[in-house]
Design a protein around this ligand. Structure first.
Ligand SMILES: Cc1cc2nc3c(=O)[nH]c(=O)nc-3n(C[C@H](O)[C@H](O)[C@H](O)COP(=O)(O)OP(=O)(O)OC[C@H]3O[C@@H](n4cnc5c(N)ncnc54)[C@H](O)[C@@H]3O)c2cc1C
Length: 477
């Protein structure tokens, strides 16, 4: 811990990228060789099919406008590229067919140009490690060049660039790999408990976190509790103004073996003006998704349930009692996506792969980002409760850092994280937020990469109807 005392028992809440990567890093760090580690996750099975970290694919790219994320992504990519059986990229977990970022110049062009600029600078700096090969970067100045670089039919956007250094990872396989390694490397020191839903964080006086209480009443005590509960973290501690659960739309369409062959080696394509993207398929299922502002799912919580800094949210949507309430957006899973989302996905399919566009969705999914106002992660001690550490705020781009984010989280736990990342991932004070014009009701991440409508609520969109048309295999996810 930052006070130098090594915790004997470390509790990690959440078995997604942030929690599992932390566990792997603790296991390889000699300072913690005598520490016991418990990982709890509410999901009955792991990998959690509803977790943000679990899906067919996630983009791995250093294409950011912010250099510190690009550098960290390159570090991670160095490990993803280890495709030996036990490496991060082994057993088909990582592929590198490239990434094409496009935009309508007027509405997303700035992000695309700045990302290209960052990657070019890194390529120039990075002559020793060869992580970015400058010859694999190509500016795309019109739709014909975009079409030629991607292989997709008609591409929205008149400007873009291709980075054939970038790739994607099989997200579910990667989570399963991390779980396997934790079990192997941790042996008796590690306990992984699925189906263990944390009801609340336990605190004692003076203000110190002592562990958690599970639904059902069992208490787990720990010297250090790491909250890595993804988009659900705002149900455990008061993160208003700092983190927000936003539901993002995904649709899947069945394709043939020949169509897989035709598309599997294409680069991922993402349009920054609309947020729509396709990662090349490896199975007979094509996924299309939107990286947008997402849907909010605000629930009302009686103010009396808010201890200073802590929440006690009834996830089953219990009605607020009389008296003052506050609103917190929380994830809702296993429901079909609203018609608005279906239409947006369908329109993008019509542009990119018209011969597939009218096929029914075999399934759809709402997948939840834990968004921060700036898109920066939140990796820091809780400002009020000792021994309580927060590792969340993935903001739709945390997956690619799986191989390295745990090391950064552990450095932050030890107070050794470099100054730039410490600043970027800090707990912003109320005064700081107010000065930046962010209040407790902020409703969207403004990191410059989002598109689509802003401020939609799930309830309103579902009430418009039409969402029930996709039911076939929706319950699988
Ligand atoms: C649709 C979509 C597309 C994305 N695309 C990309 C991409 O292309 N590239 C990229 O880098 N990133 C991408 N991301 C972001 C990335 O996937 C996330 O940032 C990352 O997976 C977040 O990991 P996590 O550990 O914070 O959360 P999760 O993976 O959600 O893990 C949190 C875990 O905590 C558990 N939990 C929650 N509450 C409790 C509780 N009370 N008690 C016990 N357990 C609890 C949950 O069951 C869950 O398993 C995408 C995300 C989504 C949703």
């Amino acid at each position: 811990m930052s006070d130098g005392i090594v915790p004997q028992h470390i509790l990690i809440v959440g078995a997604g990228v942030f929690g599992l990567s932390t566990a792997l890093s603790l296991l390889s760090n000699a300072a913690y060789k005598r520490s016991r580690i418990t990982i709890v996750d509410g999901s009955p099975s792991l990998p959690n099919p509803y977790g943000s970290s679990v899906d067919a694919s996630r983009i791995v790219r250093a294409d950011y406008i912010y250099k510190h994320y690009s550098r960290l992504a390159l570090e991670a990519q160095g490990l993803w590229r280890d495709t030996t059986q036990d490496g991060w990229g082994g057993e088909g977990r990582y592929h590198e067919p490239g990434f094409v970022l496009t935009a309508d110049e007027a509405t997303g062009g700035r992000y695309v140009k700045e990302a290209l600029d960052t990657v070019r600078k890194l390529a120039a700096e990075d002559d020793t490690r060869s992580w970015v090969d400058a010859t694999k970067l190509k500016e795309l100045e019109n739709p014909d060049q975009i079409r030629a670089a991607t292989g997709y039919n008609q591409v929205s956007g008149n400007y873009g660039y291709a980075n054939f250094n970038s790739g994607w990872a099989d997200a579910e396989k990667s989570v399963a790999y991390a779980l396997r390694r934790i079990r192997q490397e941790g042996g008796d020191r590690v306990t992984i408990r699925s189906g263990s839903h944390v009801a609340k964080v336990l605190v004692s006086t003076p203000e110190r976190c002592t562990g958690v209480e599970l639904v059902g009443g069992e208490q787990i005590t720990a010297d250090l509790t790491v909250l890595a509960a993804g988009a659900w973290t705002p149900t455990l501690i008061d993160l208003r103004g700092r983190c927000l659960a936003t539901g993002q739309t995904l649709g899947y369409v069945d394709i043939t073996e020949d169509e897989v062959k035709a598309m599997q080696d294409r680069p991922t394509i993402m349009n920054m003006s609309r947020g729509m993207f396709i990662i090349p398929p490896r199975t007979k299922e094509l996924k299309i998704a939107r990286h947008g502002y997402g849907y909010l799912n605000p629930v009302e919580i009686p103010r009396k349930n808010i201890l200073p800094g802590l929440l006690n949210v009834d996830l089953d949507g219990g009605q607020a009692e009389a008296g003052e309430v506050v609103q917190v957006s929380i994830p809702k899973v296993n429901i079909p996506i609203p018609l608005e989302g279906q239409n947006a996905l369908r329109e993008a399919l019509r542009g990119l792969v018209p011969h597939i566009a009218e096929r029914p969705f075999s399934k759809t999914r709402l997948c939840w980002y834990c968004d921060t106002p700036t898109g920066d992660f939140l990796i820091t001690y809780h400002p009020r409760y000792q021994n309580l550490f927060i590792a969340t705020g993935g903001s739709g781009h945390g997956f690619k850092f799986f191989p390295v984010i745990g090391d950064k989280i552990v450095e932050a736990i030890q107070g050794k994280l470099d100054a730039e990342l410490t600043k970027q991932w800090r707990w912003r004070t109320d005064a700081e937020l107010a000065a930046a014009g962010i209040d407790k009701d902020f409703n969207a991440c403004d990191d410059g990469s989002r598109a689509g409508p802003k401020g939609m609520t799930l309830e309103e969109e579902v009430a418009k109807g039409g969402n029930e048309t996709v039911t076939s295999r929706a319950s699988r996810l």
